[in-house]
Write a protein that binds this ligand. Structure first.
Ligand code: ARG
Length: 257
């Protein structure tokens, strides 16, 4: 039977000085996400799961917080950060100059790049081949920006969907011929849907981008989570989480560049 720490401090490994680290004292931070973006965030048995979840939980523990991660959706996450109803956005969000005008970002925690996913048989070898094709992107993402950079901003061949999952549904149903999304997400979808015949191709026109934890502008949490992330980079925890989800060693130096 579990012994309550509150009743029996000596049973909980302490002189008593440590008692303020007990979970009952920790502030719970409200986190928004768009959880159709495996392997970063996706719903698993009713819970948000993924690389981002493990990393955020580790960083929060390091900084002395608990997190309540809700699948708010992308737009509501961004709105919730602006209105400060949310403390954190954790959703594979790329750090961009434009977004930095509205939000604060942590130090980078993942390097990504855009990738094109399409069904085998579609004639796509480079990004230029997107021209004249029906393209699906998640609305308001860097995938949209990457697609627009190739075919033009007002090109009606780009369909914009509310979630990442809807872009892949459109690809499978044939509503679009290509999806422009983040590399690890394209790979994960291809891997999880072996019968869908999904191919992927990158292009030098797509430039590296970096994910950061998002905070309302001016949030004090930024400094605390930067410190926590740096600790996780140093003490091996980040590498452990990375290996769990990506089956390889991370290149932490690339995040510091
Ligand atoms: N990294 C891209 C961006 O920031 C896509 C993020 C989409 N995330 C998601 N959970 N659907 O625009």
């Amino acid at each position: 039977m579990a012994v309550s720490c509150a009743l029996l401090l000596s049973a909980c490994g302490g002189s008593g000085e440590e008692q303020s680290t007990g979970s009952e004292d920790k502030k719970v931070l409200n986190v928004g996400t768009e959880a159709t973006f495996a392997p970063f965030e996706f719903m698993d048995k009713g819970e948000v799961s993924g690389f981002d979840v493990d990393l955020l939980q580790a960083a929060a523990a390091e900084a002395g917080y608990e997190v309540n991660i809700q699948n708010t959706g992308w737009d509501a996450m961004l709105a919730g950060l602006q209105s400060e109803q949310l403390d954190i956005g954790m959703s594979g969000v790329t750090i961009t100059d434009e977004r930095k005008e509205t939000y604060d970002f942590s130090v980078p925690y993942f390097e990504s790049v855009s990738m094109i996913a399409f069904k085998e048989g579609t004639d796509i070898k480079t990004a230029e081949d997107l021209k004249g094709k029906k393209i699906g992107v998640q609305n308001g993402t860097t995938g949209q920006i990457a697609a627009e950079a190739i075919v033009g901003k007002n090109d009606s061949s780009i369909s914009k969907y509310k979630t990442s999952a809807l872009t892949f549904q459109a690809l499978q149903s044939g509503d679009v011929e290509a999806v422009v999304t983040d590399i690890a997400v394209a790979y994960e979808f291809a891997k999880n849907n072996p019968d869908a015949g999904i191919q992927t191709v990158g292009d030098d026109q797509f430039v590296p981008e970096y994910y950061g934890i998002v905070f309302p502008k001016g949030s004090e949490l930024k400094a605390e989570f930067d410190e926590a992330l740096n600790t996780l980079y140093e003490n091996g925890t980040y590498a452990e989480i990375y290996k769990k989800w990506f089956d390889e060693e991370p290149n932490i130096d690339s995040l510091k560049a």
